[in-house]
Design a protein around this ligand. Structure first.
Ligand code: PDD
Length: 289
């Protein structure tokens, strides 16, 4: 079965899907997006993604007339048509196509693009045992990275640096040494049994996996504080880990090639992983173990 995509009301084979050359998402990154985990054919944390999507549209003054119910129905229809039990749903909403001019078009026609690609979540279970490495890079992004826009060039370069270094992720560090987040993941450390992560601000994306962890940590008696930490503190942490839709939780065992703690996934991360995967099973019925 060919991969299917949704473009402005039409479902068509991915290879035939496209947008016009004057699409503002293409020319200006004038678009927001969401990436949603599909497990057991169900959407994980869908209401939270919808809330973030609406907040991002409002932040950019993109007028998107489709209701939540209609968007949900179209998304689920595409997921079902693609038939994958483990997948990623990508949703992009932009200010549409118009004659090139930086200011908003006077009669904008928002565009909606969705794709569904198979994704192997099982690999994330195996990686819980090994952990992953991160490198660090300067945070070169603009001042509103809390808005999930397709303007991801700094993230692209950071992730490529990580790939070139054989690392899983790049942690983006502010000029004052504060660790903000990864190229596509949120960053966490554990010190003395307490978990630390950057507070919500204009400098990090409010991750859906981040908020799931904040909600679930108390269930496994783990104390979490939303308090920024610097790179030096991260390097001497007992444990570190990252979270995202595509990596619900992964231990970070190396920062810039140097072991975190004893260089192995730690017990606090493991407890949190248990809670997170149990919640995923409760929501979707999908079980990895
Ligand atoms: N990335 N920080 C950044 C910069 C991100 O791009 C993402 C998500 C996250 C984690 O957010 P969430 O828990 O909602 O996935 C943090 C998505 C998956 C992506 O760009 O592919």
């Amino acid at each position: 079965m060919p991969q299917l995509a949704y473009v402005d009301g039409r479902v068509l084979p991915l290879r035939d899907a496209g947008v016009g050359v004057e699409d503002r998402g293409l020319q200006f990154a004038d678009a927001i997006y969401e990436v949603v985990a599909v497990l057991g054919g169900r959407l994980l944390d869908w209401p939270a993604h919808l809330v973030r999507l609406r907040r991002n549209l409002a932040a950019l003054f993109i007028d998107f007339p489709m209701s939540d119910a209609a968007l949900s129905a179209q998304a689920l229809r595409l997921v079902a048509a693609n038939g994958h039990k483990q997948a990623l749903l990508y949703i992009q909403i932009g200010r549409g196509a118009a004659r090139r001019d930086h200011g908003f078009p006077s009669d904008p026609n928002a565009s909606l693009i969705m794709t569904v690609r198979r994704f192997d979540f099982q690999q994330r279970i195996a990686q819980l045992q090994t952990g992953v490495g991160v490198i660090t890079v300067n945070d070169m992004r603009w001042g509103r990275v809390d808005i999930k826009t397709t303007g991801l060039l700094a993230n692209v370069l950071a992730k490529q640096d990580a790939r070139n270094a054989g690392a899983f992720e790049a942690w983006m560090v502010a000029e004052d040494g504060t660790v903000r987040e990864g190229g596509s993941t949120n960053a966490w450390i554990v010190r003395g049994g307490t978990v630390f992560t950057h507070p919500l601000s204009r400098h990090i994306l409010p991750g859906i996996a981040r908020s799931a962890l904040l909600r679930l940590a108390a269930d496994v008696q783990v104390r979490v504080v939303e308090e920024a930490f610097d790179l030096e503190t991260a390097r001497s942490a007992d444990e570190a880990f990252l979270t995202s839709t595509t990596s619900p939780i992964l231990p970070v065992v190396r920062i810039d090639g140097v072991a975190v703690g004893d260089g192995k996934p730690g017990p606090v991360t493991a407890r949190l992983a248990g809670a997170i995967w149990a919640d995923i099973t409760a929501q979707t019925g999908w079980t990895a173990f």
